[in-house]
Design a binder for this molecule. Structure first.
Ligand code: PMP
Length: 308
């Protein structure tokens, strides 16, 4: 079983409160229809250990607002309140040795079928090891990414992850660390919690959002890192068979970070991965503030000297 953390505190109803009190009513839209939109944000300690910065916090808030708008979920906070809420919870839970992943969710707590809806901003935060991820085995799921007119993949809503859950269950049984979901056309959309990166002939390819992909902040960051590295970056539809003949394969996302694939289905991937290594090295240097990059914008939420 996964080692699930139960932190002492969560943020809801406008303040940091005990984890055990973070409950929803069975008759709320959030529970009955699984109505929530959310973001996952990752914060890193600087290499010198002095500052803890969350990557792209304003862009995560902007995407939360977009998800909320598409699903007609009211957003009860503005960008400043959002940042302050994150600061409050992180300040309470953060330790000096581990990084942190923060989940920000708007749960619809009042209303009925889209009338008189109210939502509450709920934040939970979890410790993460300050280590770069290990390569994974990647499979292709028999489950399919929904289309824009069914369960829009552009929306980051809890309900979008039903299919991810099924794909993970399927993948776990077959020994895969992540699973690719194909779209209705049979082309690559994304993985269950990350985007797919395909390197062919020195160029990085990834499917555009219109192929059934979340508008990924990490992929935008990678695109911006590629330019100065002299690595061409192209968004275009990707066939399933291209995964089999790729020079390098990877997945990318906020929590996943930039992960290399060492095996794709029954194929071992080449061990030499110069393109993905260069991108990952540049990302880590920026996230740890050793070599800042404007695409890896950090909102400093805590300083070592101020930790209680
Ligand atoms: N697709 C899915 C289904 C995801 O859950 C995630 C993680 N949020 C991503 C893509 C990557 O998005 P981001 O880089 O913004 O985290």
């Amino acid at each position: 079983m996964a080692d699930l953390q139960q932190p002492e505190w969560a943020y809801f109803d406008g303040d940091v409160r005990p984890w055990s009190e973070a409950v929803l009513h069975v008759d709320s839209e959030a529970v009955k229809r699984g109505l929530n939109v959310f973001e996952g944000m990752k914060g890193y300690w600087s290499a010198d250990g002095s500052e803890f910065g969350v990557v792209a916090l304003p862009r995560h808030f902007a995407r939360l607002q977009r998800s909320a708008r598409i699903l007609h979920v009211p957003c009860p906070v503005g960008p400043r309140e959002f940042e302050e809420a994150c600061r409050k919870l992180v300040g309470r839970l953060l330790g000096p040795d581990r990084d942190m992943w923060v989940r920000a969710t708007l749960f619809v707590t009042e209303g009925h079928w889209g009338q008189d809806d109210r939502s509450d901003l709920v934040l939970t935060a979890f410790h993460q090891p300050a280590e770069r991820p290990e390569p994974i085995a990647l499979g292709v799921s028999t489950w399919q990414r929904a289309s824009d007119v069914t369960v829009p993949p552009r929306v980051k809503a809890g309900t979008n992850y039903q299919v991810s859950r099924l794909a993970r269950i399927e993948g776990r049984g077959r020994g895969y660390g992540e699973m690719v979901l194909l779209n209705r056309a049979g082309r690559v959309s994304e993985a269950t919690g990350s985007c797919v990166l395909v390197v062919r002939g020195g160029t990085v390819f990834t499917p555009p959002a219109t192929e059934g992909v979340l508008e990924s902040i990490t992929v935008d960051i990678i695109e911006a890192l590629c330019g100065p590295l002299g690595i061409p970056f192209v968004r275009r539809p990707i066939d399933r068979t291209e995964l089999q003949v790729a020079d390098e394969l990877g997945v990318a996302g906020t929590l996943a970070e930039i992960v290399k694939v060492h095996r794709f289905e029954e194929f071992d991937m080449p061990e030499h991965t110069p393109i993905l290594d260069a991108i990952a090295d540049r990302f880590w240097a920026a996230a740890r503030q050793e070599d800042p990059h404007e695409a890896v914008d950090l909102t400093v939420l805590a300083r070592r000297a101020e930790l209680s």
